[in-house]
Design a protein around this ligand. Structure first.
Ligand SMILES: Nc1ncnc2c1ncn2[C@@H]1O[C@H](COP(=O)(O)OP(=O)(O)OP(=O)(O)O)[C@@H](O)[C@H]1O
Length: 293
């Protein structure tokens, strides 16, 4: 059974084509990352999935129904990028209120526990840190025990520790066969938490596969250094290297294993100056992938 089906879906804002001809189905029970750079069309796609944004063309179905119907039936929970919490209320009050709007909500204590809020349930929501606020948003998203959970950059305001515990809660929640679709800018986050990664850039799907397949396509990082007029032959044979770009005096190697690449680079005997190692720049990687095609 498909949890989600986009069929020929496009959305334009005036002359801006935010999403173009999206054809994607997502199986119930899977955890899928929607990965892409700023402005790729992730939030627009999520908005259409929730019935908040109307497609210019095409059709969206959630468990075989329109997004509006699926949302009304309490089948979908969402955690969006913004949305203020009612100030003055405690965490427990906010979560209880949201629970009361659903036909078959999860028990209150279970929600608080899953969202790691039990200890701060009595605190006012306007006195929370960024990470704690995100946890309340998560609690609100799961309050109705939805079959599909949609998260738009859920860990944006969190530090490393909060991210880790957030994803642990998520795995707990999804254990009973629920479906998760989340948007992220980070390949590592997609890799660690999804079983399928759909990459979008400029409103189109440019890659779709397991995290392993996606990493092999884009590399997980870039190793850059000043090569000057030294020979470039052999750089593409260094371990992990996937693409070599020479721009003036700068050599940029896209690699699946930056550590191994750097070690081997030093062993070549080349004079390496201005070394920089960075995480994958998806925008760059995908713009060049789509151009190469
Ligand atoms: N309400 C709107 N009016 C006009 N243009 C919009 C609107 N919403 C989005 N866009 C444009 O549509 C494109 C896709 O935006 P969208 O927010 O879906 O991307 P995104 O992948 O979610 O980006 P981010 O990671 O920055 O949130 C962008 O060019 C954006 O400027």
């Amino acid at each position: 059974m498909n949890a989600i089906a986009f069929t020929g879906v496009s959305k334009s804002y005036g002359t801006v084509r935010a999403v173009e001809a999206l054809d994607v189905t997502i199986d119930a029970g899977s955890t899928v990352a929607l990965l892409g750079p700023n402005g790729a069309g992730k939030s627009t796609s999520i908005g259409m999935l929730l019935g908040l944004v109307r497609p210019t063309a095409g059709e969206v179905r959630v468990f075989g129904e329109t997004p509006d119907t699926a949302v009304k039936r309490g089948q979908v929970g969402a955690m969006l990028q913004d949305g203020a919490l009612v100030p003055g209320l405690t965490v427990r009050e906010v979560v209880s209120f949201v629970r009361s709007m659903y036909p078959e909500p999860m028990p209150l204590e279970r929600i608080l526990e899953l969202a790691n809020l039990t200890d701060i349930a009595g605190r006012r929501v306007d006195r929370l840190s960024g990470g704690q606020t995100q946890r309340v948003r998560f609690a609100i998203a799961i309050a109705g025990a939805p079959r599909l959970l949609v998260l738009d950059e859920p860990t944006a305001a969190m530090d490393v520790e909060s991210r880790r515990s957030f994803w642990a809660s998520m795995r707990d929640y999804v254990n009973g066969g629920r479906t998760i679709l989340f948007a992220t800018h980070y390949l590592e986050e997609a890799d660690e938490n999804a079983d399928r990664v759909i990459v979008i850039a400029r409103g189109r799907v440019v890659a779709d596969g397991t995290p392993r397949q996606i990493k092999a396509m884009v590399g997980t990082g870039t190793v850059q250094f000043t090569i000057g007029d030294q020979p470039t032959a052999g750089l593409d044979a260094l371990p992990g290297v996937h693409t070599v770009d020479i721009r003036g005096p700068i050599a940029q190697l896209r690699t699946t294993d930056p550590d191994a690449t750097v070690q081997a680079l030093y062993a070549t005997g080349l004079r390496v100056t201005g070394l920089e190692v960075k995480g994958a720049d998806l925008e760059d990687a995908f713009v060049s992938l789509t151009r190469d095609r």
